[in-house]
Structure formats: structure tokens, C-alpha cells
Ligand binder design. Structure first.
Ligand code: BG6
Length: 287
């Protein structure tokens, strides 16, 4: 379904297959809902602002071309892709079990004030595939300009949590990470836990992660497997109490109902040559 406003502008796209459904806003190409067998698997804040004036708090915001303020403090934190309205790329696959749609963003859609700071030409194609109980989201990044440029990218996925005391992330043991939580002080560490749990603020950047498959426990009956495709890094985040209070669109009561497990390239920026293409993404599967 294509949902339009009273002026005929496309606002969001809804897709479904036999088991599942998903909703994607044109603003940021932010996927805000993924329901499998009647259960919502993504977290969307009740206070999320959905009118295009702020990045959507929840779902899968797309971070590009920078993570936090890694390239420059003059660009918005986490870049401009999540705060720009994308173009509709159309339906690629349409069978009862498989639905695939795509969204496009080029420098032409981006506010000029950001391109003064990051003066490059690019084309992003974001593809969303519902396949049975799997959701694939992948990003194809092309340098359409005439000089190389640097970027970070991240699929900033907010998972819906039923019981945070049972929640956890499995599969990052032995990985290197930077603990950017207040307690962690930016220290470099090696993960020694089979299961990463949430008992305080967690903000960890795992870098050069060789593992590709991760199991997420969210307190709901079925776990979620994440397959990381191409991308080198993983961010695990729960803001806990104090940081929640500082985010007006989050709500301090929300932190026990979510965590973020984010695949991307955030540790080192990637250099993309003229005409080169970088492709990365994730496959989420309810098991
Ligand atoms: C995470 C970062 O990826 O995003 C956190 O590791 C940050 O430090 C979080 O707080 C949310 O960022 P924002 O810009 O959406 O509030």
C-alpha cells in the first residue's frame, strides 16, 4: 500500500506477505514496523516525531554519511540520510511470500546546507525484502561524483523488548570494542561474555567483527537471528535511565522496552572511489 497525504505526497509504504508486514516512511526511508505472526519486533517510541521535523526515534533509521560526529561536528549527528525524504524506487518482487521494495536518495534530495559541508555526489538505493519470517534491509552506496569521498553508515535498528531482564545479544564474544558508556570512558576492551545483557547504560562499538551471525533475545518467545552482510562493525546500545531523560522523543519509561543492535561501518570511515559501489546490510529472521 502507498499511503499519501491530502496533497498526494507519498508518506509511507506498507508491505506484507503471508507471515509478516512492514512499514517504511519516505522520511529517512525509516522502517518503523516489522510484525511477524502478529508480534511487533521493532521498537518505535510513543513520542517519536513522524512529521519529518526530526529523525524518527525507533525502527531502523539509516545513518549516512557519518556516525555520531565522526567526520565533522558541522553535519548533523548520524548524518542527513535519516532526516531527508527519499524517493520511491518501486516494487521489485511481489509474490505472496516475498515482497521487495526500494527507496532512493541522491545528493539532489539533500538540503544544500549539508552539501556545503559534505560536498559530494552520491546515490543510495535502500532495498527492503520481506521473505517469510525474514526481513532484509540493504544499502547500496555509489559515488556518482568526480572525486573519492569518505563515509560511515549504520542500520540503527531498535528492537522491541518484552522483558529486558531476559534480553541479550549473543555472538560477539572475543570481539574488540570501545566502551563509550559513561562508565566505560571510551576504553578499548575485549568482549568476554557469551551473552551481553542490559543492566546499566550500554554503548559499545564492536569493530572489525568477523562473526556474521548473532542471536538476539528480547524476552518474546522467538529469538531473532541477525546476519550481518559485508559491514565490519556492530553497535549495541541501551540508554538506560539518565540518557533516556535527555531524549525528549524517547520517554524515560521506554528504556526497558528496547535495545539497539546496529550493523554498520562506523569505526573507520570507508573511502569510496569515483563510480565505486559499496553494498552492505542485514537479514533479520524470527526463529
Ligand atoms: C547510538 C550511539 O548508535 O545512537 C549512541 O552509539 C547514541 O551514543 C544513539 O546516543 C542515538 O543517537 P541519536 O542521535 O539518534 O539520539
Amino acid at each position: 500500500d502507498l499511503i499519501r497525504d491530502s496533497n498526494g505526497n507519498l508518506i509511507k509504504v506498507k508491505i506484507n506477505n503471508t507471515n509478516a508486514s512492514a512499514e517504511i516512511y519516505m522520511f529517512g526511508a525509516t522502517l518503523t514496523s516489522w510484525v511477524v505472526n502478529g508480534q511487533e519486533r521493532l521498537f518505535l517510541s510513543k513520542k517519536a516525531i513522524l512529521n519529518g521535523t526530526k529523525a524518527i526515534r525507533g525502527g531502523i533509521p539509516i545513518v549516512f554519511p557519518q556516525f555520531n560526529t565522526k567526520l565533522t561536528t558541522d553535519l548533523p549527528s548520524h548524518g542527513f540520510a535519516r532526516i531527508t525524504t527519499w524517493k520511491w524506487g518501486g516494487i521489485n518482487i511481489n509474490t505472496p511470500d516475498r515482497k521487495e521494495v526500494s527507496f532512493i536518495l541522491t545528493d539532489k534530495e539533500v538540503n544544500k546546507k549539508y552539501l556545503e559541508i559534505w560536498p559530494h555526489q552520491f546515490k543510495l538505493v535502500y532495498t527492503v525484502l520481506l521473505d517469510g519470517k525474514s526481513l532484509s534491509t540493504s544499502l547500496r552506496i555509489k559515488n556518482t561524483g568526480n572525486e573519492p569521498w569518505l563515509f560511515n553508515t549504520l542500520l540503527h535498528t531498535y528492537f522491541n523488548v518484552d522483558d529486558l531482564t531476559e534480553a541479550g545479544v549473543n555472538g560477539l564474544i572475543n570481539c574488540n570494542y570501545i566502551d563509550t558508556s559513561p562508565e566505560g570512558n571510551g576504553e578499548k576492551k575485549i568482549e568476554d561474555r557469551q551473552k551481553i545483557v542490559f543492566q546499566k547504560e550500554v554503548d559499545s562499538i564492536y569493530y572489525d567483527v568477523n562473526q556474521k551471525n548473532f542471536k538476539l533475545q528480547t524476552g518474546f518467545k522467538n529469538d531473532i537471528m541477525v546476519e550481518k552482510c559485508t559491514l565490519p562493525d556492530v553497535v549495541v546500545w541501551n540508554p538506560w535511565i539518565e540518557k533516556s531523560k535527555r531524549m525528549a522523543d524517547f520517554g524515560e519509561e521506554s528504556y526497558p522496552h528496547m535495545f539497539c543492535f546496529e550493523v554498520g561501518s562506523v569505526y573507520q570511515p570507508i573511502e569510496l572511489d569515483v563510480d565505486a559501489v559499496y553494498e552492505g546490510g542485514q537479514v533479520l529472521t524470527v526463529v
